[in-house]
Design a protein around this ligand. Structure first.
Ligand code: ADE
Length: 290
């Protein structure tokens, strides 16, 4: 996968070199180029924003700067800074020295229309399903807005050469899109085959089956007088699986009950949820009589 990020704060994207994403870069499954938007600014002050038409607070990012930036990133002619993995290099040739199998793992650009992701609090909520879909793309371009956002014509024009998605990572307002890019990129890249060592670990993620994941435990069996649930040390895999499923159902019911409306549930799940509801109504204080 190729990721391009256009931003006025290139250094904000440095975390993409570390940990899991650094490993994906090191394995040639990912290449990340970061572009400074000011490179496309034309005036002496390198300004990227202006006051909004119609008045109001804040500044809007200029179309004459964003337009050429997104054109050259889509065309693959923008010279950004290639992020190098922060991890100790593996004992293998670098991507640019390779021909053949490993080089092909960072997909060639141009085969598909790139996806332009514009993080904004006014976007569609980003979900695990979006992360799964995006993990199958070859080329993602992130446009980081600041201030009051980017002139809407930039997004409308970009739709002529990109699949455009305006996405929000939650119902709160950040100063700009950079942190949202870190969130989205991490959620997407970990799903690229070969990035995570153990495939099961993302097949069992929260949300993969429409439910929240239940609690996990490791050694020691007793810690600060708190014991690991006995079933987990029973060696009975059937019981362990059922217990995990019920923990997942109970947690979802308590924290995100709306997810139960769409999660695929079997008869045993429904019976368990019925028990939870019955236990809750038995515990609830009776309504005071007028
Ligand atoms: N930019 C500012 N706030 C944001 C949010 N909540 N999600 C995505 N991008 C943003």
């Amino acid at each position: 996968m190729k990721i391009d990020v256009v931003t006025i704060f290139p250094e904000y994207l440095d975390p993409l070199r570390h940990a899991l994403l650094g490993k994906a870069i090191e394995k040639d499954l990912l290449a990340v180029d970061v572009h400074d938007l000011r490179h496309w600014a034309t005036d002496v002050h390198k300004s990227v924003d202006d006051s909004p038409f119609g008045g109001g607070p804040g500044m809007v990012m200029k179309p004459e700067v964003w337009g050429p930036a997104l054109d050259s990133v889509a065309a693959g002619t923008a010279a950004g800074t290639r992020l190098d993995s922060s991890l100790p290099h593996l004992d293998r040739p670098r991507h640019d020295e390779l021909a053949g199998e490993a080089a092909a793992s960072v997909a060639p650009q141009g085969a598909q229309q790139p996806v332009l992701i514009v993080p904004t609090p006014a976007g569609k909520p980003f979900t695990q399903r979006d992360a799964q879909e995006l993990s199958r793309e070859q080329h993602l371009v992130f446009a980081c807005g600041r201030y009051e956002g980017i002139d809407q014509r930039v997004i409308d024009d970009a739709a002529r050469r990109y699949h455009v998605r305006e996405v929000s990572i939650g119902d709160y307002v950040l100063i700009g899109g950079e942190v949202a890019v870190l969130v989205i990129a991490e959620a997407v890249v970990r799903l690229i085959p070969g990035v995570l060592g153990n495939r099961r670990s993302h097949e069992e993620d929260s949300f993969s089956d429409g439910l929240l994941e239940g609690p996990s435990y490791t050694k020691p069996r007793v810690w600060r007088e708190l014991e690991v649930p006995e079933v987990l040390t029973s060696g009975n895999h059937g019981l362990v699986d059922r217990w995990r499923r019920e923990q997942s159902l109970a947690r979802t019911w308590a924290r995100r009950p709306e997810l139960l409306e769409t999660a695929p549930l079997d008869q045993a799940d429904r019976a368990f949820l019925e028990q939870l509801r019955a236990a809750e109504s038995a515990d609830a204080p009776s309504t005071p009589q007028p």
